[in-house]
Design a protein around this ligand. Structure first.
Ligand code: PLP
Length: 393
């Protein structure tokens, strides 16, 4: 068999991630590889840490990217902070809350679930009631932006509730980071993780994490050794810390150039402006989709601007709809996950992709395919609605 160079098709990525990678990120990644202990590389690592602190809005010393996707960021927080027998309150309103539960079980922790319906926010009162019943719990976990349902929960209030009962907090900010307001120090978040491939428009495979002094203290007081060698933050800080810079693993050098460039771009734009841009384009897309007659899974006040979850109109096969968008328009949108499979599609507007061109292209393609599939939609109004929303907001 003869193998040839792989040339991927050129798509517009409007699923739940990855998003379209910014050309500046791709060209940064094509720069010459240098050694991972080269002084030039070490000083670039320092800049990454400084820019991540800005993006997380924190002064946490322990702010580094894990060399693996965001699931490893989740695992880093869990494996460092949870010990066998620890009770952990886990807020679940979608797929990623359940992934957290699974992680906790695997390190011998005892997850206590606070369950909310998929498509609804995590309810702070339910969280408080659950903590009151389990006063021996020492940790609360929550997903700020549940990508599986398109819901943005009130992380600030949930963290406040957890702290009232002296629990540490782990926050999943994979889809909100860089796209929706997130203030790690002001909100008192103890441990947080995110990804590179969504609002940063970088390639997948890196997971920034940040832990405050309370979380670091808790790690120091552990009774047993951290089960994972690779994700042990004490060891990782030997490489990423500011004092010693010794070999831990061979860092993904070129992907880190990409992360650096994406953070430079976030700096250039400004964090608040990036949050506003995501909201603005979500609003335009939403106006177009609703004018077409499509409905969101989530009520307006709980919607996550980065992931728009739309009910599939009656009589439309969701898999065929997505396949046609991909084959005929090179447009990727996401499928429903878990209980929502087949019932919804997820339209991402993140990072570089959160722009008017993508909003209009998506509306145009969706309208054309749905019309041909004989879906009960209004035609000829969506793009005007998006345009006027964009002018007004
Ligand atoms: N948490 C949330 C909220 C996510 O949306 C995702 C992925 O989309 C993850 C965790 C896991 O991220 P990764 O696929 O990079 O491991």
């Amino acid at each position: 068999m003869k193998f040839k160079t792989f040339n991927p098709p050129v798509r517009t990525l409007m699923g739940p991630g990855p998003t379209d990678i910014h050309p500046r990120v791709l060209s940064a990644m094509a720069r010459p590889t240098i050694g991972h202990l080269d002084p030039a590389f070490l000083s670039m690592m320092d800049e990454i840490k400084a820019m991540l602190r800005y993006a997380f809005q924190t002064k946490n010393v322990l702010t580094i990217p894990i060399s693996a996707p965001a699931t490893a960021g989740m695992e880093t927080c869990v494996v460092n902070l949870v010990e066998p027998g620890d009770k952990v309150i886990v807020c679940v309103n979608g797929v990623f809350g359940l992934r957290m539960k699974e992680n906790i079980e695997r390190v011998g922790g005892l997850p206590i679930l606070v369950e909310d319906r998929w498509g609804e926010v995590v309810d702070p009162d339910k969280l408080e009631d659950t903590i009151k019943k389990h006063r021996d719990a020492r940790l609360v976990t929550l997903v700020q932006a549940e990508t599986s349902t398109g819901v943005l929960s009130d992380a600030k209030t949930l963290v406040e509730v957890a702290h009232r009962y002296d629990c540490l907090t782990i926050v999943d900010a994979v889809t909100s980071f860089g796209g929706s307001p997130l203030k790690v120090d002001e909100w008192g978040i103890d441990a947080i993780f995110t990804c590179s491939q969504k609002c940063l428009s970088c390639t997948p495979g890196l997971s920034p994490v940040s832990l405050n002094d309370r979380a670091v203290e808790a790690i120091k007081k552990r009774r047993i050794k951290i089960q994972s060698w690779f994700l042990d933050l004490n060891l990782l800080m030997g490489y990423w810390g500011s004092k010693t810079r010794s070999y831990h693993h061979t860092a993904p050098i070129n992907p880190l150039y990409g992360l650096h460039e994406s953070l430079v771009m976030l700096h250039e734009e400004g964090l608040e402006k990036s949050w506003a841009r995501h909201w603005h384009h979500h609003h335009a897309l939403r106006s177009g989709l609703e004018a077409m007659g499509l409905s969101f899974l989530v009520k307006a006040e709980a919607r996550l601007p980065q992931v728009n979850v739309i009910q599939v109109p009656p009589g439309v096969d969701e898999a065929i709809l997505r396949r046609r968008l991909l084959e005929e328009y090179n447009l990727e949108v996401g499928a429903g996950l878990g209980a929502l499979a087949g019932k919804v599609i997820r339209i991402g507007l993140m990072g570089y992709g959160a722009n008017m061109k993508n909003v209009m292209y998506c509306l145009e393609a969706l309208e054309a395919v749905l019309f041909e599939m004989r879906a009960p939609i209004q035609t000829g109004v969506a793009m005007n609605a998006a345009q006027s929303s964009s002018i007004q907001n």
